[in-house]
Design a protein around this ligand. Structure first.
Ligand SMILES: Cc1ncc(COP(=O)(O)O)c(C=O)c1O
Length: 318
């Protein structure tokens, strides 16, 4: 997989940044295919390499009804002439929603399973059963997070912006693999992860990717400050996302938009000090916008009102 060389960095403009003498650089990882851009291209890079090396039949992975990861895995498999199977959480899930329809358009076979079965996805017995059903498939965990994914993200290069060294690296956190990669890829620049899920075990999951025998840069997890529950957002957050459109910056409100909103709150509160130069990883996930519009959670056109409180859906992602 090649990273294209255009638009790897973009300096964000905003009055809050001017007022607080803060620079904010968006770091992109654009792939040739937008469905595999952002953290996905990096998280899947070595897993794809392994699948090709061991001549796997295909990729088998797991995700929710609107999972960005499922789409990326389906797209990566199709581009590399591999089969793909997606184990989808929830027997009732609509296979015609834009995310799953996109997966199917890449040839992914989708298997809807009960939530009870889905919870056993890490268990040896379940994995064995899936291996028997789909022999020769490489298993990729939910969200793509594993050692190979962390290694892939660590190679992004977030520490030096076009204006010079960053003082802080920042990204949205779901399963923790991406932020672990940023920490691993930084020698001394501190890292802040903005958790968009509520998961008490996240620090432990991240630490598991950072062996104790090395000194890691300082890092911290902060719960998203506004609408902290996964998949929840309100008109204010959605408007914030849209306010960058004129700079050609597209944000979705579940991961990148929510994390960036928190960054602005931290800047305004003086927690991120004046004079900072921030390097923020734009992790992609823009296919998710179609799923939000499909559910009526964002307007498809400016004229449609948006629901004021988004119903939670633990099914939205990962
Ligand atoms: C667009 C987007 N950003 C950020 C994340 C969080 O990445 P991670 O699960 O590695 O913490 C995800 C997760 O799946 C995502 O889809």
């Amino acid at each position: 997989m090649k990273l294209t060389s255009y638009l790897q960095w973009q300096k964000l403009q905003h009055p809050v940044l001017n007022d607080h003498q803060t620079e904010l650089w968006l770091r992109y990882a654009p792939g040739n295919n937008p469905d595999i851009s952002g953290n996905k291209i990096l998280k899947l890079k070595y897993q794809l390499e392994l699948a090709l090396q061991q001549k796997s039949q295909g990729l088998l992975t797991f995700g929710g009804a609107f999972s960005n990861h499922l789409v990326a895995a389906a797209a990566v498999a199709a581009e590399n002439k591999l089969q793909s199977v997606g184990i989808v959480r929830g027997e009732e899930v609509d296979l015609n929603n834009p995310t799953l329809a996109l997966c199917r358009s890449y040839g992914m076979q989708l298997i809807r399973v009960s939530r009870a079965f889905y919870r056993t996805r890490h268990q040896q017995e379940t994995l064995q059963q899936l291996s028997e059903q789909f022999p020769g498939y490489l298993h990729i965990p939910e969200g793509g997070t594993c050692e190979a994914a962390v290694q892939g993200v660590s190679e992004l290069g977030m520490c030096t912006t076009p204006a010079g060294p960053a003082s802080l690296l920042i990204c949205a956190v779901g399963s923790g693999g991406t932020v672990a990669g940023l920490i691993r890829g930084s020698k001394t620049t501190p890292v802040v992860g903005i958790a968009v899920v509520q998961d008490q075990s996240l620090p432990e999951k991240i630490r598991a990717f950072l062996p104790a025998d090395r000194n890691w840069p300082e890092w911290q997890l902060i719960q998203a400050l506004h609408q902290p529950r996964y998949g929840r957002f309100d008109p204010q957050l959605w408007q914030f996302c849209q306010s960058f459109a004129e700079q050609d910056v597209q944000l979705e409100p579940v991961y990148t938009g929510k994390a960036l909103y928190s960054v602005f709150e931290l800047i305004k509160a003086g927690i991120i000090p004046k004079g900072s130069r921030l390097s923020f990883f734009h992790t992609g996930g823009l296919q998710g916008l179609k799923g939000l519009a499909y559910r009526g959670l964002i307007p498809t056109t400016e004229s449609r009102p948006i629901k004021s409180a988004i119903s939670p859906t633990t099914d939205s992602g990962l």
